[in-house]
Ligand binder design. Structure first.
Ligand code: DP6
Length: 399
């Protein structure tokens, strides 16, 4: 670290997780407040492999609010960021502590530096982790405690679910002002210790239709969407029961049916939206083939607004499933085998064994770029070590 530490800068650094929905959020009834057409439920993933990190600083020497994202300064004028900042400050004012040292921050501008340890906008829920982290860090800086997932929701709907670990429900709520549309934890990350996730990164390119725009067109044009909305409550109740009872086959079947229905309403959108690619569909076929030859449902897939697959499976099945993934989607020649799977030691990846003649799928070299192995993880964390800060000791962004 260089330079003198600046005592006039107050800084907080936090991390927040990615969540991947098993009951999908797709459609809004209010575009500004970000109120959903249906409840949704997600699994919060471990932060070692996938997380957003955000440092927020306030100082009397700052003359305006500023934001740096993945090393580049961005405009802070986007309505969603402005809504989040306005709401945090409004609640902070409401709760003024009376301690002038703490309250001075309310009059100051903030600088925000945020980065992800995974590709942004690749359908890997980067906006969810990013907004959850921003709201959590601002909450700490401004002393706003209690329920804040409804503030994260106003940044990006799915972000409200990243404020909790484990299995998380976003209750759609019924109030017009959105105050009861927030996330609640269904079960903590410790509830089902064997649960694992494999993210098969098919492409880390930006998606062709963003989720905000995509879901808007679906609500406007898809007839199937009306039918879907009527089904979601039942599915949410069933998957909650399966999670509570650690019933993997039921959890997995609903997860796959939900993903398929999301992509069916996308296809029913006019003009149609395609997030899944040929490789995504080969992954679906592989998962069903594995489940067929196993005689029971061992693996589930789910796809968001992009071609990457998120597989859910139990710890005992990870070696077998990974060896099959690597067999049918071998890394391209220029990729070292050791970097094909992250989040696992190389000796935990077993060579393929057993009869696979029943799996009739073409081998597609390089179609899966890499695989991220992770578990179910906790909600946002505060990092107290100053070395973790994305600001220098003088309060400048560390870019
Ligand atoms: C397919 O939360 O990104 O990942 O609220 O417009 O920011 P906005 O949308 P966003 O949508 C996520 C959609 C999804 C499904 C899900 O996470 O539930």
């Amino acid at each position: 670290m260089s330079g003198k530490s600046n005592p006039n800068v107050r800084c907080v650094t936090c991390t927040a997780p990615v969540n991947i929905a098993v009951i999908k959020y797709w459609g809004k009834t209010d575009e500004t407040r970000i109120l959903p057409t249906n409840p949704s439920l997600s699994v919060t993933l471990g932060q070692d492999e996938l997380r957003a990190k955000t440092s927020v600083a306030a100082s009397s020497s700052f003359t305006e609010d500023r934001l740096w994202l993945n090393g580049i300064e961005q405009s802070i004028s986007s309505p969603r960021i402005q809504n989040v900042l306005k709401e945090i400050r409004r609640r902070a004012h409401k709760r003024k502590s009376g301690d002038s040292k703490n309250d001075v921050v309310l009059t100051q501008h903030v600088h925000i530096v945020s980065e992800n340890n995974f590709p942004t906008a690749a359908g890997l829920a980067s906006s969810a982790a990013g907004y959850a982290c921003l709201v959590f860090a601002l909450g700490k800086l401004f002393g706003v405690h209690g329920e804040i997932s409804d503030i994260a929701r106003q940044g990006s709907g799915s972000a409200c679910r990243s404020l909790y670990g484990g299995y998380v429900l976003w209750k759609m709520g019924s109030k017009e002002d959105g105050s009861d549309s927030h996330a609640v934890q269904v079960q903590p990350e410790t509830h089902w210790p064997q649960m694992r996730s494999l993210i098969l990164v098919v492409s880390d390119q930006k998606k062709h239709v963003g989720s905000t725009e995509g879901m808007q067109t679906t609500v406007q044009t898809s007839d199937l969407m009306e039918k879907r909305i009527k089904l979601v409550d039942k599915r949410t109740a069933e998957i909650t029961k399966a999670i509570n009872e650690r019933d993997f086959p039921t959890f997995a079947k609903i997860t796959m049916q939900e993903s398929n229905q999301l992509h069916a309403v996308c296809l029913d959108t006019y003009p149609p939206i395609f997030y899944m690619t040929d490789t995504s569909r080969l992954i679906v076929r592989l998962v069903h083939a594995i489940n067929d030859i196993s005689g029971k449902v061992k693996v589930a897939y789910t796809f968001d607004a992009g071609p990457n697959a998120c597989l859910y499976l139990l710890e005992e099945d990870v070696p077998r499933v990974l060896s099959l993934v690597r067999h049918f989607f071998p890394p391209s020649k220029d990729m070292k085998d050791s970097s094909f799977v992250t989040g696992l030691k190389l000796d935990e990846i077993k060579p393929l064994s057993g009869d696979i003649s029943q799996i009739n799928i073409p081998i597609s070299e390089g179609a899966v770029k890499y695989v991220i192995h992770t578990n179910v993880g906790p909600g946002p964390q505060v990092l107290t070590d100053p070395k973790e800060s994305l600001f220098t000791s003088e309060g400048k962004p560390r870019l």
